[in-house]
Design a protein around this ligand. Structure first.
Ligand code: ADP
Ligand code: MG
Length: 492
């Protein structure tokens, strides 16, 4: 009898638990969780396991729980437990773990480490960057160079604090510089303030443009096995308007690619992630075991380009791919642990998927308003339409489902095409309600024809420029001309 301890309590973890539970090994599933997620709880109970409440980021709590229930392995869902060394503590107790250890998880935790690694190993898809340990140096740089940049916290800061600034209109240069200076201060004093685990504070990257997508992969440190591509949609409201969220919904398929990413671009993306896994191995001398994902953009500079890495599945992206995995996730996990992932043949149902996230109003800026509402979900009606429900930021309190302030529910629909799947998902939205008079919201445009066309058009435009640059042997090459200084070339 296989026993597994899952770490985390969101919709991504609900999808992981669900996929593990489908295994022919019929595992008992336990969860080390911060909340009693109704979906995870049901799976634990059905398989003979249970939820153990505690802090998923606390290495001692997770390792002791794993030991107490003598599980065969631990599966970590979110990134923060990895950054805190949960995998290290679990493995120290002699229990295998799916999930990056502290050192390799730096590929996500430190965007500065990631950029340095990509330059050191000359991996395609890298961007010019500057990392600063203090705000004065960042501001001195901003004052000297008028450029279009992405200004970021140097650490993964829960999806907050990134500002992308197009600095094209010369007459606005002073105003733009003021915005950049102010934001550099905000990053230093606000977004990076809670974090002492890396030295770099502020990251400045060149700004690029193009459609974004996520490539999630399993790896045992040697072999990587890519999953189908997914595109997440970060803005809160329709037509990519509104504040950045953790993701309001995502599309995938049919097949391994997306309608706006071709076979060759998919292969190039896989090769970039593969190169990075090798580089981590060389740099740290220990294999990366678990899930790694490239958050990518198709750009004119490189074609497939890295925006950031995840050391885990994306949420909602996990919900597009795990439910259509036909291979046995327990077998995959055991192959990762024994370093034999090369022997696994990953199979997916050939279908298009759309995930729609539903959140209480207030998310993401006023989570205090989004929190504490009783939730009702007509699962039978949703399943009757062929869709599935995954619970996110929801906890069970005295038998009642109470919202936690972020995305409460994710609905997965499958069909032959993305727009068809989107329509089916839309037909389920009204089956999710709050029992008080507070309102929920979601994005009705995700997966629809209009938004999909917009992505396809942007990709075509970018692809034309990229192909032209490729003909001229200019891929990855950039030249700046700085008055009174001359020419600076950034070599591929
Ligand atoms: N160098 C860049 N050029 C253009 N846009 C960028 C760049 N870096 C980030 N972005 C945009 O900002 C978003 C957030 O940046 P990201 O590095 O993914 O941070 P996080 O997801 O941790 O907030 C990206 O999804 C992308 O849309
Ligand atoms: Mg991101």
């Amino acid at each position: 009898m296989v026993k597994i301890l899952l770490v985390g309590n969101g919709a991504r973890e609900h999808a992981i638990a669900d996929t593990l539970a489908r295994s022919t090994h019929q595992p008992k599933i336990y969860a080390a969780a911060g909340e009693r997620n109704p979906g995870i709880l049901r799976i634990c109970q059905k398989t003979g396991g249970e939820i153990i409440l505690g802090k998923p980021t606390d290495p001692k709590f997770v390792a002791q729980t794993a030991q107490k229930y003598s599980v065969d392995f631990v599966f970590i869902g979110p990134e923060e437990p990895q950054f805190m060394g949960v995998a290290d503590e679990v493995e120290n107790m002699g229990i295998p773990c799916i999930g990056a250890k502290k050192a390799p998880s730096e590929i996500e935790m430190s965007k500065a480490f990631m950029r340095r690694l990509m330059w050191k190993y000359k991996i395609p898809g890298r961007l010019r960057f500057m990392a600063f340990k203090n705000v004065e140096d960042a501001i001195a740089y901003i004052n000297e160079y008028a450029e279009s940049i992405a200004l970021k916290p140097a650490r993964q800061a829960g999806g907050k604090g990134v500002k992308v600034i197009a600095d094209l209109q010369a007459y606005l240069q002073q105003e733009k510089a003021e915005v950049k200076r102010k934001h550099a201060h905000d990053i230093y004093e606000k977004h990076m303030q809670p974090y002492t685990d890396i030295e770099d504070r502020i990251l400045i990257e060149q700004k690029v443009e193009g459609p974004e997508y996520t490539l999630q992969c399993f790896t045992d440190g040697k072999t990587i096995k890519p999953l189908p591509l997914v595109q997440d949609n970060k803005n809160a409201y329709n037509m990519d308007i509104g504040p950045e969220t953790g993701g309001m919904g995502s599309i995938g398929g049919p097949g391994l690619t997306l309608p706006f990413i071709n076979e060759e671009e998919y292969k190039q993306s896989v090769s970039i992630v593969e190169n990075v896994v090798r580089a981590i191995d060389k740099e740290l001398g220990e294999p990366y075991r678990g899930v790694i994902a490239g958050q990518m953009m198709l750009t004119a500079l490189w074609g497939p380009t890295i925006i950031e890495f995840y050391s885990r599945f994306g949420d909602p992206e996990a919900v597009n791919v795990l439910p259509i995995l036909e291979s046995d996730l327990v077998d995959v996990s055991e192959a990762i642990i024994s370093g034999k992932l090369g022997k696994i043949n990953l199979k997916f149902r050939d279908t298009a998927t759309v995930v729609k996230c539903i959140a209480p109003r207030g998310y993401p800026d006023r989570r205090d308003l989004a929190r504490g509402h009783p939730l009702y979900v007509d699962e039978a009606a949703i399943e009757k339409r062929g869709c599935r429900v995954f619970y996110g930021s929801v906890g069970l309190q005295d038998g009642e489902m109470i919202t936690g302030g972020a995305r409460a529910v994710e609905i997965l629909a499958e069909a032959e095409s993305i727009p068809e799947a989107s329509e089916i998902a839309e037909s389920c939205i009204d089956f999710v309600k709050l029992k008080d008079d507070w309102k929920l919201f979601h994005r009705s445009d995700i997966g629809g024809e209009t938004l999909l066309e917009k992505r396809i058009e942007l990709a075509q435009l970018i692809r034309e420029i990229y192909n032209y640059r490729r003909e001229k042997d200019l891929v990855g090459r950039q030249v700046d001309w700085i008055p009174l200084r001359g020419r600076i070339e950034y070599q591929a």
